[in-house]
Design a protein around this ligand. Structure first.
Ligand code: NAD
Length: 321
């Protein structure tokens, strides 16, 4: 066991990853600057269950102004989850934030790892299915064309290319995990399932972009976390990228029907114009992750939505986790 740095520790995926690493007996140094992209109070809530854990320490710092060299010296694994998330908001002036948090911060962290290649067990980068844009085929393989259709996707791909560069040039034992739409307890409030459940519970119409026929490969958060644990423990060629998906492409329309049944609420949908940057379909070919990491998604959409629904009910009622 060792000591892992988790950037973006207070976020949706980062907070689950911290908990799992602690459960695995790792010490965790969690770094987060609590950006106001969504309510920082929710991020504090995400960490509430682990703040007192003897193996956890929080660094409330921005990667862009931290002593990254000193931080990296004190750990032996890095999970880089921090980013400015969100596809639709990445157009216009806010691109500046995406470039800084997703590209500059990633480069700074990689640079701080230079010289520690022999000592670090792993550098795991949280990449995204958005690097593919509107993919030419489904399921999409890691070597298929990467032509993002959102500024967010461009920055996530740039981060991934930087990770590959440091792996190839300096031998950093780095991998990228391309998550496909992650959902579950603590999902960001700007993400679809969170907004849909909230609208259902509040008896409102659910606004969806487009006709509802778009499909997604939805990944339950514990499966995304498991991929990180497998990546830590399984040596592979440095610089590789892996698709991490839930194992099936599900139409949004079907998800909404399921949600209505699970939450026992009538579903009323209002259709909005498709949003620029939103891809029509995603579908992960996970054969590489299966073959080289032993990854297999465990939680199907019905079970995952059931678990998220339980969390959502507590969350909206203000009950602690
Ligand atoms: P999130 O916004 O909940 O978490 C990201 C965290 O990073 C936030 O708490 C934020 O405060 C922190 N952060 C941002 N910039 C920082 C900086 N410069 N210094 C320190 N902290 C900083 O997002 P999430 O949904 O948990 O996503 C985690 C990672 O997974 C991101 O890299 C995202 O691009 C990637 N990803 C997520 C999904 C998904 O479906 N949620 C899909 C694909 C990829």
């Amino acid at each position: 066991m060792g000591r892992a740095l988790v950037t973006g520790a207070a976020g949706f995926i980062g907070s689950h990853l911290c908990r799992r690493l602690l459960d695995e007996g790792e010490e965790v140094l969690g770094l987060d600057c609590f950006t106001d992209y969504y309510d920082p109070g929710l991020k504090r809530r995400n960490l509430a269950g682990i703040l007192q854990h003897p193996g956890f320490r929080l660094l409330e710092q921005d990667l862009l102004s931290s002593d990254l060299a000193g931080i990296v010296e004190s750990v032996d694994a890095v999970f880089h989850q921090a980013a400015q998330a969100g596809v639709r908001q990445s157009w216009g002036h806010s691109f500046h934030d995406y470039a800084r948090h997703n590209v500059e911060a990633t480069q700074g962290l990689l640079e701080a790892c230079r010289g520690h290649e022999g000592r670090l067990r792993r550098f795991v980068y949280a990449s995204s299915s958005s690097v593919y844009g509107d993919a030419p085929r489904f399921p999409t393989g890691e070597d298929d064309a990467k032509l993002p259709i959102s500024p967010y996707g461009v920055t996530k791909l740039a981060g991934e290319l930087l990770v590959r560069l440091y792996a190839v040039q300096y031998g950093l034992p780095a991998v990228s995990l391309r998550y496909f739409t992650v959902y579950g307890p603590r999902q960001r409030p700007d993400m679809g399932f969170h907004r849909f459940f909230r609208a259902l519970y509040e008896g409102r119409e659910i606004p969806i972009y487009g006709d509802g026929e778009q499909t997604r490969d939805f990944t339950f958060v514990s499966d995304a976390v498991q991929a990180n644990i497998l990546a830590l423990r399984t040596p592979t060629e440095p610089g590789l990228a892996f698709n991490i998906g839930g194992g099936a492409r599900v139409p949004l329309r079907q998800v909404l029907d399921l949600m209505g049944r699970i939450a026992d609420c009538p579903v009323r949908v209002v259709h909005l114009d498709p949003a620029p940057g939103d891809v029509r379909h995603t579908g992960a070919d996970t054969m590489r992750a299966k073959g080289l990491l032993g990854f297999r998604a465990e939680v199907g959409i019905e079970e995952g939505l059931g678990r998220m629904n339980l969390w959502m009910a507590d969350f909206l009622a203000g009950r602690p986790e």
